[in-house]
Design a protein. Structure first.
Length: 225
């Protein structure tokens, strides 16, 4: 799977999750809803799935609703497997596919299914965030993430439990010597200032990180042989 296709699918999935893109603008017309967002536009066309045109690398991906409201079908316009199907019910099953691991990195993606020329993503069903979690996400999206993104990194919310906010640092933040300072002196202080219920912030890794590390280690071993 070409790298630009992975990029397009990641952007499209993230755009459909408003927790990642507060700047998403939704409009309705007489034919089909469409939305605009920086790098792409979903064009409304009658009796056809939405077509997403990405300005980067001129990538177009069609999306199609499924009978399951928790699932979305992607039609990249080129072969995915060629023949057969592959089911990835969890991140731990995605060790053989870089694309599947990329999609599991996106918040809310529960499972991924590959067909000959399509990909179906299934999002996890969760209740609406409580007030505290909503405030945490709002602060992250409006005050913290834009600053971190300017330096080539990002912060992903992974959970809130017993006063502890769990975050994942990605991009240039990964392995950065100053990441601990950023978490404690920057992010933690700001969250505690606005949200008294926050006691601490900790950095976490998820199942996909462990799989990626394992795949990388195996590749290094093969190259050294």
């Amino acid at each position: 799977m070409a790298a630009h296709m992975r990029w397009g699918l990641r952007q499209l999935l993230r755009a459909r999750n408003t927790a990642h893109f507060r700047s998403l603008e939704k409009t309705r017309c007489s034919e089909k809803p469409f939305c605009t967002l920086q790098n792409f536009v979903t064009i409304p066309t009658p009796n056809r799935p939405g077509i997403v045109h990405f300005s980067k690398r001129h990538l177009s991906i069609q999306t199609q609703d499924t009978p399951n409201p928790q699932s979305l079908k992607f039609l990249p316009g080129k072969p995915v497997l060629g023949a057969g199907t592959l089911d990835f019910p969890s991140p731990s099953s995605a060790g053989c596919s870089t694309l599947a691991r990329d999609l599991f990195e996106i918040e809310g993606v529960k499972s991924v299914f590959f067909g000959p020329d399509f990909i179906t993503g299934h999002k996890s069903h969760s209740e609406d965030d409580d007030d505290i979690v909503s405030m945490i996400k709002e602060l992250l999206d409006t005050r913290i993430r834009p600053t971190v993104q300017e330096d080539g990194g990002d912060v992903i919310f992974k959970g809130f439990d017993s006063g502890t906010v769990k975050l994942k640092l990605v991009g240039s933040c990964t392995g950065c010597p100053s990441s601990t300072v950023t978490l404690k002196n920057g992010i933690q202080n700001m969250l505690q200032f606005y949200i008294p219920e926050v006691d601490s912030v900790e950095q976490v890794e998820d199942e996909v990180d462990e799989i990626n590390a394992k795949v990388f280690t195996e590749l290094e071993q093969k190259l050294s042989e």
